[in-house]
Design a protein around this ligand. Structure first.
Ligand code: HEM
Ligand SMILES: *[C@@H]1O[C@H](CO)[C@@H](O)[C@H](O)[C@H]1NC(C)=O
Length: 362
């Protein structure tokens, strides 16, 4: 198919047929009573019940605001961990257990609603908050076409203390500060870049409160590589009131750009890894899942954990050609990897791209 017609029809989503989720009896699996699911490990049946509750009542089986926020929650809960100071249980659910403290931190602004929803589901099923946060994040990612299927391990004990303020990086911090914090939690600059693939299914409600749901790329409902492309384009204006703290000029009408994403895309320590994902969706997904697997059990002793990865739905696959948004040319790219030129990309046809907000409550 010609690039133009593929781009013109925007994206082609190919649904994967998944027999195990379609009610087809598989003899080697156990039917989970009261659900349509069968489990290879019967001990995972209770997690299928939680999956159904989450999808029906919290995430709505779509790559909308709730799935995005559930992924952000994974990061903010788990990164409360330090290798050098005695604090934080990592991926321990302290964001919910000690929500009175942690949800009041400025960096956690906007996470109160998902925290309340996940608490309700966890309590209804007798699950710990650490486990529910990781399950919801993995399911939220799976609701996005093009995403990798993350693992899910169960067994995190309840948190015993809140994380202190300051463990979550802020978008207005210099790259040095962000990399130092991530390193203290055990993550390399490359792993941070990989984790930031999450910003391809992301929007900001609180950076500019006059324009809630303003996305970080032109395709916030798909797990593609456009975030890594669009952060490399010259900024030309603000989507809302102007320079808010942590915000810099973005390349597209309706798009939000974080100062931290702008800086990491251009810093010599991170720019080449950033650029390496532009045309390599498979590499981006592999590095993202590796880093997420690590984040999901940060600070936890996984001995005795139960692997219920089978509960995570199979994400729909996605065929999309990495492209410059309509109206942009290679002259708009600000390449920052000294070792390798920025790849040649086709420009999507049509009038200059305007990015639509992510609907609230989706
Ligand atoms: C340098 C590190 C990071 C900074 C400074 C940062 C900052 C931010 C900010 C300011 C927002 C907008 C919040 C709002 O106004 O509503 C946001 C959204 C988001 N972040 Fe990050 N982030 C970082 C890393 C990560 C990581 C590692 C993940 C996941 C693994 C992540 C996942 C998300 C998601 C999914 C959203 C969208 C939430 C939504 O649409 O409701 N972020 N981030
Ligand atoms: C975790 O904490 C919740 C809320 O206090 C409680 O209901 C639950 O029994 C605890 N779970 C475990 C495994 O300790």
């Amino acid at each position: 198919m010609a690039i133009k017609s593929l781009l013109a029809s925007t994206i082609t989503v190919v649904a994967l047929f998944n027999a195990s989720q379609a009610g087809v009896i598989n003899k080697r699996k156990t039917a989970c009573a009261g659900t349509v699911h069968q489990a290879a490990n019967p001990a995972c049946c209770t997690w299928f019940e939680v999956l159904d509750d989450l999808q029906s009542n919290v995430l709505f089986s779509e790559c909308g605001e709730a799935s995005h926020t559930a992924l952000r929650m994974v990061f903010h809960d788990a990164i409360g961990f330090s290798n050098t100071q005695q604090f934080g249980g990592g991926a321990d659910g302290s964001m919910i257990m000690f929500g009175d403290a942690e949800l009041a931190f400025a960096a956690n602004n906007g996470l109160d609603e998902i925290a309340g929803d996940l608490k309700t589901v966890a309590d209804a099923h007798g699950k710990t908050y650490g486990d529910i946060i990781q399950l919801a994040g993995a399911v939220g990612v799976a609701n996005c076409a093009g995403a990798p299927r993350l693992k899910f391990l169960a067994g995190r004990p309840n948190a015993t203390a809140p994380a202190p303020d300051g463990t979550v990086p802020d978008p207005f911090q210099p790259v040095d500060t962000i990399l130092a914090r991530m390193s203290d939690a055990g993550f390399s600059p490359d792993e941070l870049v990989a984790l930031l693939a999450s910003h391809t299914i992301a929007a900001a409600d609180k950076v500019d409160v006059t324009i809630p749901g303003t996305p970080f790329d032109s395709t916030a409902d798909t797990f593609d590589t456009q975030f890594f492309i669009e952060t490399q384009l010259k900024g030309v204006g603000f989507p809302g009131t102007g320079a808010n703290q942590g915000e810099v000029e973005s390349p597209l009408v309706g798009e939000m750009r974080l100062q931290s994403d702008f800086a990491l895309a251009r810093d010599s320590r991170t720019a080449c890894t950033w650029q390496s994902f532009v045309t390599d969706h498979a590499l981006m997904n592999q590095r993202f899942s590796d880093a997420m697997d690590k984040l999901a059990v940060l600070g936890q002793n996984t001995q005795g954990f139960l692997d219920c990865s089978e509960v995570i739905p199979h994400p729909h696959s996605l065929k999309v050609i990495p492209h410059l948004p309509a109206g942009k040319t290679s002259a708009d790219v600000e390449p920052a990897c000294a070792a390798t030129p920025f790849p040649d990309l086709p420009t999507a046809p049509g009038a200059a791209t305007t990015v639509k907000p992510v609907p609230p409550g989706s």
